[in-house]
Design a protein. Structure first.
Length: 277
């Protein structure tokens, strides 16, 4: 049977282990905490290089990191890469703008009004489950092969996380808080500005973060719509030309751009909802 002394001994050991881990944490030894996110990708690149150089993967299956780097360095020097990047970033930016705006509008309406939620939410939840590629032939019929179809598809991807999170956030506002507002006879618009939107802001920013991430996923499908420029086109072109270096490099660029945009949204989130940090 365990005694009090045994329990105290275990507690003391636990405290010493905690202190040991704390003293050796990255911040304690001067290692920037944000740089920790580079450790695992760096190890993966090293492992990737070793797998290729040791013959586990053939170059036509998985090119070496140096091959991918040299290919895209040459494309950057010629200016071809920057054209593809600028077109894709522009499409994603417009898609996110329109998708987030629509998500805020519908999220607010369904969050505030139960009837609107009962009417619209089942339809929107069903549409949310449709794969991005399934929209492509329909959008081709509706919008043709121009930029409208591509931007609309990206906007659709950005819309759903924003709508869902904002609607949920508004519906989850504490009833006691709303009752206090009614006591002070605050107007409807003032209630939205001072109470509803600030209370739902953390949910909204989580939705925007998810929407931006989905926009980068939907842009690949969007750039299959008769595109002649963009990273999605470059990815598809690499497949047609049997160029694994272009395929892998395009995937890595998508990952990097998506991560950079996510970092930007997280920075905005910390700035706007500092009280919950």
């Amino acid at each position: 049977m365990a005694t009090v002394e045994d329990h105290d001994g275990v507690t003391a050991i636990g405290e010493r282990l905690t202190a040991w881990v704390r003293d050796r944490s990255p911040s304690a030894i001067g290692f920037p905490r944000r740089a920790l996110g580079l450790v695992v990708p760096g190890l993966l690149v090293v492992g990737w290089h070793l797998l290729v150089t040791q013959g586990v993967f053939q170059p036509h299956q998985l090119p070496a990191p140096t091959t991918v780097l040299s290919t895209f360095a040459a494309m950057g020097a010629s200016g071809e890469l920057w054209g593809h990047l600028s077109v894709t970033i522009q499409r994603v930016a417009f898609g996110v703008l329109f998708g987030v705006t629509a998500g805020i509008l519908f999220g607010t309406i369904t969050g505030l009004f139960g009837l609107a939620n009962d009417l619209l939410d089942p339809l929107l939840q069903s549409m949310k489950n449709i794969p991005s590629l399934a929209w492509v032939p329909l959008f081709l019929l509706w919008f043709g092969i121009g930029e409208s179809a591509k931007v609309t598809l990206i906007a659709l991807g950005a819309f759903f996380p924003v709508y869902l999170n904002l609607s949920t956030g508004i519906q989850g506002i504490d009833e006691d808080l709303l009752e206090v507002v009614e006591v002070y006879d605050v107007g409807r618009l003032e209630t939205l500005r001072r109470v509803v939107f600030p209370a739902a802001l953390p949910n909204l920013l989580v939705g925007i973060r998810g929407g931006v991430g989905l926009a980068w996923m939907f842009v690949v499908a969007a750039e299959l719509i008769a595109a002649s420029q963009g990273l999605g086109f470059l990815l598809s072109d690499g497949r047609v030309l049997a160029r694994p270096d272009i395929i892998v490099g395009s995937i890595l660029l998508f990952a990097s751009l998506g991560n950079l945009s996510d970092i930007g949204v997280k920075a905005l989130q910390r700035r706007l909802v500092y009280w919950s940090a």
